[in-house]
Design a binder for this molecule. Structure first.
Ligand SMILES: [Zn+2]
Length: 149
């Protein structure tokens, strides 16, 4: 992860701990080769159409930017699944991530706009100001960037 995002994540985790919320960083930076392997494995199991919505093609994953992290909790066995969004940890993350510059990148009901399934575990660092604006206005990052070109 890039230093600016890693520092912000550290603050986020410290704040969670203070609130009695146990979060764990599950998956951060991925190399091109790793992303390629993930996509190809998903495509072979689920088919290319499903793989496109649930994993990125190599070169297109946000995990290759060094600004994204997958976060989970013991309550879901540290799995990356949509039920994380209903746990107290997932709810805490959604409510508090913007204070530290992160957004839930692929929101519920935003599938058509982001092109991805709902991922309550995947946060992306965009900085405190932009994270606040995106959250306040209930936008996707795509919509925010389009509005502020
Ligand atoms: Zn992710």
């Amino acid at each position: 992860m890039k230093k600016i995002a890693a520092n912000a994540l550290e603050k986020l985790f410290a704040a969670a701990k203070k609130d009695g919320i146990d979060l764990k960083a599950v998956s951060g930076f991925r190399s091109y080769a790793t992303q390629k392997a993930i996509f190809e494995r998903n495509a072979s199991i689920k088919g290319a159409a499903v793989a496109n919505k649930t994993s990125a093609r190599p070169g297109q994953s946000e995990h290759q930017t060094g600004l994204s992290m997958d976060i989970s909790s013991a309550s879901v066995g540290y799995a990356l699944e949509q039920s994380f969004g209903n746990t107290k940890e997932g709810k805490w993350l959604k409510a508090n991530a913007p204070k530290y510059g992160f957004i839930i990148r692929y929101g519920k009901g935003q599938e058509k706009l982001t092109g991805y399934s709902y991922e309550p575990w995947h946060v992306r660092y965009v900085g405190v100001y932009i994270a606040g604006e995106i959250t306040k206005q209930n936008l996707t990052l795509e919509q925010y960037l389009q509005k502020n070109q």
